[in-house]
Design a protein around this ligand. Sequence first.
Ligand code: AP5
Ligand code: ZN
Length: 214
Amino acid sequence: MRIILLGAPGAGKGTQAQFLMAKFGIPQISTGDMLRAAIKAGTELGKKAKAVMDAGQLVSDELIIGLVKERIAQDDCKAGFLLDGFPRTIPQADAMKENGVDVDYVVEFDVPDEVIVERMAGRRVHAGSGRVYHLVYNPPKTEGKDDETGDDLSIRPDDEEATVRKRLGIYHEQTKPLVAYYQAEAAADACAYLTIDGTQPVEQVSSLLDEKLS
Ligand code: AP5
Ligand code: ZN
């Protein structure tokens, strides 16, 4: 099973990735999480990505395509994978196609910008695992701590409101065209395309996915 999660920053891709990983037993490939891990580890890639990410801009297609190619060639991706945050430009989608990487489902989470701005203000993350929480909508069992490890939760540096608005602008400009791109792929029977109303509560979005993806 190969799935692409498409949607604006804060639409719920990372949150629903947790549910889909468990449902299908496939790994999550989050390019954002991979870049944040590289920054933490102080690698060359991390050094190149940090300023770009903190400013809410996109890392170059070349870097990202190389990173994903390497990741999906690993053994644990043989039975499938879940792409979260990739592709997010037309050249990234074309690179997948040119490399013969077919997908079964493209799932788009539809959420209006104003809902997103509010969500990001309350987001807390567990940096080690990529698990995502919200102070009100998806709180951890113990305040400020990750449910599984008990580690402290943190705030992402790019979740400041001005940066979120910039990321939303880039989403509309560079990533939204992928909606038409994958709808055309679906019309040609290359994959199935689903649009999910991402404004519903987390559990409801998960049960919709449970019902529609098999
Ligand atoms: P990335 O980490 O991919 O960020 P993003 O796409 O901007 O998406 P987010 O992680 O912000 O949101 P999400 O959809 O995962 O929402 P979440 O589930 O966390 O990328 C970061 C940066 O890396 C980019 O800006 C770029 O610089 C670089 N990058 C990454 N990939 C790249 C690529 N392919 N090309 C170039 N550059 C790249 O939810 C958000 C909040 O809402 C949480 O608090 C959550 O608890 C809450 N929530 C979730 N669902 C619901 C719900 N249904 N109801 C209420 N609250 C909810
Ligand atoms: Zn995410």
